[in-house]
Write a protein that binds this ligand. Structure first.
Ligand code: ATP
Length: 430
């Protein structure tokens, strides 16, 4: 298990991660989600002992990574697939890593088979495609047959077949009882891969819950209603009738109306009563991607001027008929709206806070709504969706801790080579 408590990292005036507490449990794929620059890689580097937390701590199996006995056997990671000597073949690269950790050469061939690179094992890696590079990085992470695996954006740049392979492979590793922690900025991908989600924005926790709960908390039923084109009067009449009956009505870009708060038969009756003809009346559910975008929209550092989020925001604020929080509870921060952020918080227009006058105690709970001296001001004090209570789990009980000489620059490896990883996927070779 991985456990972070009050994890904070500052680079000068920049707060990359703030007071992050979570647990990543074995036997499940845990998705680590957040927009670009939200602190995912920084958190992973701290887990792996490659970066020192400014405050708080993180342990793997109850130990800080650098004190973990036989770390290469316990933890494997893919942080940067490009961190490979391009002049070496895939096999040579893995052999070097294996030798450094005392892993037998046969394990190299096993993992090459597992990731489907056996046919190109002797080719120089500088000629590898992005997907092949990712597979090589995953092979390196598997060398030690570790129980805990961290993958930073493993599907980046992969084609659909590669994405499917990674997705299934993560699930397989979790099914074997391993702890699998996968970062991504794609909700759609994580919805298909992960069992549990940890969502961060600007370095702070936004949600910590299983995927099913995330879906039920964040999906809202709504109806799409369309009146005859070329007759805006009908649309206005219907909007008025539905609003009067307590429905929330939002115009969609294609001229339809999005209605929440009223069942379909009632919408039909109201339209009939108002003498409005309907061209469409259909049930819908908000997509998870949309819920995620709403959740993180106040925590996005890099936004295109033609960003989808901006369109969403426009859509929401232009309607006028939407009640507090919109149908999902993540509507942009209009006054009184339920954004999951404390009242008065300004979501857009993020500015880096000045250096804190005093350090926030590691792990100390932050009072909702209270000023947060060391964190970005736009971040939520109250999670958008309930953060699942941490269930304390028994720490792993490795033998006497020994301090490894240096934190690994490469994914670690193990001295022995259990065979179960080699059972499948060799047919996936390209
Ligand atoms: N060594 C560093 N020095 C200064 N700032 C840093 C450093 N590393 C990360 N940051 C900053 O910390 C913030 C978090 O970065 P991080 O790479 O952890 O985010 P991320 O969620 O992994 O982003 P992405 O999805 O784009 O990879 C960013 O604003 C980044 O610019």
């Amino acid at each position: 298990m991985i456990e972070a408590v009050g994890l904070t990292k500052r680079y000068g005036a920049k707060t990359a991660v703030y007071n992050l507490s979570f647990q990543v449990r074995p036997g499940a794929v845990t998705g680590f989600l957040g927009p670009n620059g939200s602190g995912k890689s920084t958190t992973m580097r701290m887990i792996l002992g490659l970066d020192e937390p400014t405050a708080g701590h993180v342990t793997v199996g109850g130990y800080p990574f650098r004190k973990l006995p036989n770390a290469p056997r316990q933890v494997g990671a893919l942080l940067d697939a490009k961190a490979v000597h391009g002049g070496r073949s895939a096999r040579q690269h893995l052999l070097c890593l294996a030798q450094l950790s005392g892993i037998p050469a046969r394990r190299v061939d096993e993992v090459l088979g597992v990731v489907g690179l056996q046919n190109v094992a002797r080719k120089r890696s500088k000629g590898f495609s992005l997907g092949m590079g990712q597979r090589l990085g995953i092979a390196a992470a598997l060398l030690g047959d570790p129980q805990v695996l961290l993958f930073d954006e493993p599907v980046n740049g992969l084609d659909p077949e590669g994405i499917l392979w990674v997705r299934n492979f993560m699930k397989q590793l979790a099914a074997e009882g391993r702890t699998v922690f996968v970062s991504s900025h794609l909700m759609s991908e994580m919805a298909l891969t992960a069992d549990h989600l940890i969502v961060i924005g600007r370095g702070q926790l936004l949600a910590d819950m299983n995927v099913k709960d995330f879906i039920s908390y964040n999906s809202a039923d709504f109806a799409r209603v369309r009146t005859p084109e070329g007759d805006p009067g009908q649309r206005e009449k219907l909007t008025a009738a539905l609003s009067e009956a307590g429905g929330q009505v939002l115009p969609e870009q294609d001229g339809a109306l999005r209605v929440t708060g009223l069942p379909l038969p009632r919408i039909s009756d109201l339209a009939h009563g108002a003498d409005v003809r309907l061209w469409e009346l259909s049930p819908h559910q908000a997509s998870l991607e949309e819920a995620y975008m709403r959740m993180t929209q106040g925590a996005v550092d890099y936004r295109s001027t033609v960003d989808e989020r901006a369109a969403l925001q426009q859509q929401m604020s232009g309607a006028g008929a939407m009640p507090q929080g919109g149908p999902y509870g993540y509507a942009p921060g209009a006054p009184g709206q339920q954004t999951g952020f404390p009242p008065g918080t300004t979501l857009p227009g993020y500015a880096e806070p000045p250096a804190p006058p005093q350090q926030h105690a590691p792990g100390a709970p932050h009072t909702p709504g209270a000023p947060m001296p060391t964190a970005p001001p736009a971040a939520p004090a109250t999670p958008v969706a309930p953060v699942a209570p941490a269930t304390p789990a028994a720490p792993a009980t490795p033998a006497t801790p020994v301090a490894p000489p240096t934190p690994p620059a490469q994914p670690p490896a193990a001295p022995s080579a259990p065979a179960d990883l080699t059972k499948s996927d060799t047919e996936d070779a390209r």
